[in-house]
Design a binder for this molecule. Sequence first.
Ligand SMILES: Cc1cc2nc3c(=O)[nH]c(=O)nc-3n(C[C@H](O)[C@H](O)[C@H](O)COP(=O)(O)OP(=O)(O)OC[C@H]3O[C@@H](n4cnc5c(N)ncnc54)[C@H](O)[C@@H]3O)c2cc1C
Length: 399
Amino acid sequence: MSTQTEVLILGAGGAGMMCAIQAGKRGRKVILLDHARKVGGKILISGGGRCNFTNLGASPNQYVSNNPHFAKSALARFTPQDFIDLVNDHGIAYHEKKLGQQFCDGSAQQIVDLLMDECKSANAEFRLETRVNLIEPLSPERAPLRFKVFTSSGEFECESLVVATGGLSIPKIGATGFGYEVAKQFGLSLVDRAAALDGFVLNREDEIRFQGLAGLSFDSTIEVRGKIFREAILFTHAGLSGPATLQASLHWYPGDAVKVDLLPGLEVFEWFLQKKKSGNKSIVKNLLSELLPARLAERFCELHFPDPRPLPDVSEKELKSFCGVLKAWTFIPKETVGYSKAEVTRGGVDTQELSSKTLETKKVPGLYFIGEVVDVTGWLGGYNFQWAWASGAAAGAVV
Ligand SMILES: Cc1cc2nc3c(=O)[nH]c(=O)nc-3n(C[C@H](O)[C@H](O)[C@H](O)COP(=O)(O)OP(=O)(O)OC[C@H]3O[C@@H](n4cnc5c(N)ncnc54)[C@H](O)[C@@H]3O)c2cc1C
């Protein structure tokens, strides 16, 4: 015997649960399936355990997609304030860390509890530790039922099937490419996937040049393909991490150069000239250590200014050329670290296949894709959860 339900949601992450809440509140019978033992695994590990659950400035401009307009409709209809209202209703204390980013004061578990409570009020049921084996479209005579789903917990028949299985990052907590396989099964096109919001692995030469700097962090502006972010960069054993690197990785494709200004907001050539004019006799490395972490200053001098001399012995031409390197350190990363560390997957189900209003597929009535599985990927800073909530709410209003 199959269990019949109006709405079957595959994946009980942020997007799936928000969809369940909205649909359940409309009186729809909803079941959520997930192969994990607990729901919301990614929420729990997000934001360093405090969940950066939205960003006050979220707008379509902070999302990468083949169709930059696609996210507009859903984002406009479920706003950061809508989620904050829920957070307030549940008495969860939160704060803005920086740049509009909203974090729980306590723990990310509070956001999972909020979603679970809301699902419960909406009478949505969960079937956890459930593996999906097969999805079959039902014949039109079975209308309004449209899909049969064979799982390790039995068979389900539903009117609306919502795929909310997320992207590929962090397989060890249950991420799979399942949603992409469903898209292929129904003949939907996919945009190439890549690990994003991720660190860079340096190429072999740069790895040797910068070895021994792991743990060192500095303020920067970073530029890839004309996108510029000002945040911190962190040297790691493999290469670079830190928020600026993660942001840059979202726009990076293999072979692209990355340009870093190590001293954002400072005309460093003018700064050195002033020192020179005022009779400063320090050697360049020591002066640069006033502006950058000492080991980093030392390394850049070894690489680009190897002859340590006091400032009066350094020509303006030499200084200008060295400052050029500091303001535009350019390198080509070997790769990103990969899905074991990346926060998201760029690419996914092609938005051309979906209605931007409802997230329903145009080719297969009753089949929906929401959340990270779709080719809409946000910047670091709460934007990806905002997309999960907004796309989940958009589908939840119609399924
Ligand atoms: C370390 C880390 C930190 C992050 N921090 C933030 C942050 O602070 N702010 C922010 O906005 N974003 C953050 N993100 C990104 C954010 O977590 C995701 O974009 C968001 O969770 C996507 O929601 P989703 O519901 O689409 O997918 P997911 O949350 O990934 O949910 C998908 C669900 O589907 C289930 N599933 C997968 N495959 C199957 C299958 N075959 N069968 C059954 N179930 C399946 C999974 O178990 C999971 O429960 C972070 C990501 C990571 C990895």
